[in-house]
Design a protein around this ligand. Structure first.
Ligand SMILES: [Fe+2]
Length: 425
């Protein structure tokens, strides 16, 4: 749709720009949009690739919505997506795909509700092409519990200006501070957590990749739990996750960020076997092995949510056979540059994976949840351990400077770096 036609459809409302937000660090914070926009929450961009991105947004019941997007800050020129209705079956939200984008480029966008004032301008950056020697910076962590709002640590994430943020699960605590049992009660949990100034300011400038853990359903739940499918639906209703049309509930996925980075996001939850023979399930495991073997990226950053070592039977410690199989595969195929990333245990740690041939698991978090002070931090597997702050990990890879080296930094809610380490591929 061209601009003139779009403005006509929108009743000319596209001229007003309340809460205009650029991407500079001095931008005003946005959280709940002005009621005159008809939007109900801030939007979120996610699952960005080198030529596409998803944008989640939510508006008043019955709304028709579109996105304006383009490369000009402030959207002096833009393209627009066709109008579409928000989905009452997804709590009046919708997820719009932006396609045909340029790689390694910052895009600006805003939501438009038909007949209402334009939403604030937000932005994200697209991934570099797989053959591009581009620097990549990203942050990851997990665990956001509503009673720990405001999530001020997200201000520190935003200040780091990462290319993307990876939320490694426990995005809500469905079973804490009131137990969600119905779909609207699950939606409420997401709405409450999303309605947070620091989170929304961060998401206005940074795209996300999100995976779930147990508390999106219930503590340490297993497949077959009566709330598993409701919890999964609410999770997928509230986060922009690109899923195959043939497998609409598939959460595991991978994305390349230039020559240096392959981001492999595993789903450690919905394919677990009752006999603990597998956490990933056969199909996901074959996909994972295939991706590792054929990646070609210098680093394969693998998000597992639950740590590879430690934490008891709900984590990989409870699935030793499959863990051995993964570690053996990496060793025998001589796959270099594999780094595991986890959250869930509510401390920051670098773990030398036992029998892992030098492989590391980087555990970050919590973003906002109780600290874990019961783990024995003196265990020999820990190269580093700290359970004293809300935190996230930041990874920087710059192939132009050091082709096979990544920098790990742990950063706390006051934006202080409290641990640094180089990782060789
Ligand atoms: Fe957690």
């Amino acid at each position: 749709m061209n601009r003139r036609k779009f403005l006509k459809v929108m009743g000319g409302a596209g001229i007003a720009m309340p809460g205009l937000l650029g991407a500079s660090s001095c931008s005003p914070q946005i959280f709940n949009p002005d009621p005159s926009t008809g939007l109900s929450l801030g939007y979120i961009s996610g699952d960005v690739g080198s030529d596409s991105a998803l944008v989640w947004l939510k508006a008043q019941a019955g709304s028709r919505v579109a996105l304006q997007y383009g490369r000009a800050p402030g959207l002096a020129q833009f393209q627009a997506t066709p109008l579409r209705g928000v989905d009452p079956g997804a709590d009046h939200s919708t997820i719009i795909s932006l396609d045909g984008l340029e790689p390694a480029t910052r895009y600006y966008y805003r939501g438009m509700v038909e007949g209402q004032a334009a939403g604030p301008v937000a932005s994200f950056v697209t991934a570099p092409r797989p053959d591009e020697n581009a620097p990549v910076t990203f942050c990851f962590s997990g665990d956001t519990r509503q009673s720990y709002k405001p999530f001020t640590v997200m201000n520190a994430v935003r200040a780091q200006r990462p290319d993307f943020f990876l939320h490694l699960g426990d995005t809500i605590y469905a079973d804490r501070n009131g137990t969600a049992q119905t779909l609207p009660e699950f939606w409420d949990k997401y709405r409450i957590n999303r309605d947070d100034a620091a989170s929304q300011s961060c998401f206005a400038e940074t795209s996300v990749y999100v995976v779930w853990d147990d508390h999106e359903v219930a503590d340490d739940y297993l497949p077959g739990h009566p709330l598993a499918s409701i919890g999964r639906k609410a999770f997928l209703d509230y986060w922009p996750i690109r899923r195959p049309a043939s497998e609409p509930e598939q959460i595991y996925r991978a994305v390349r960020w230039g020559r240096a980075v392959d981001l492999i996001v595993l789903d450690p939850r919905q394919y677990r076997a009752a006999d603990r023979s597998t956490m990933l399930g056969q199909r996901q495991k074959e996909w994972f092995f295939d991706r590792l073997a054929n990646s070609g990226a210098t680093f394969k950053f693998v998000a597992t949510t639950v740590p590879i070592a430690g934490g008891g039977s709900d984590r990989w410690d409870g699935y030793p056979k499959e863990r051995d199989e993964i570690l053996r595969y990496i060793r025998e195929k001589k796959i270099s540059g594999v780094v595991f990333m986890s959250a869930d245990l509510h401390y920051a740690a670098v773990t030398k994976i036992p029998n892992g041939n030098g492989l590391l698991d980087i555990t970050a978090g919590p973003l906002a949840a109780p600290l874990n002070r019961v783990t024995n931090s003196a265990n020999r597997r820990y190269e580093f351990f700290l359970a004293e702050n809300f935190n996230f990990a930041k990874i920087t890879v710059d192939p132009k400077v050091k082709g096979n080296e990544a920098l790990l930094e742990f950063i706390d809610q006051d934006n202080r770096v409290f641990y640094t380490r180089k990782i060789r591929a």
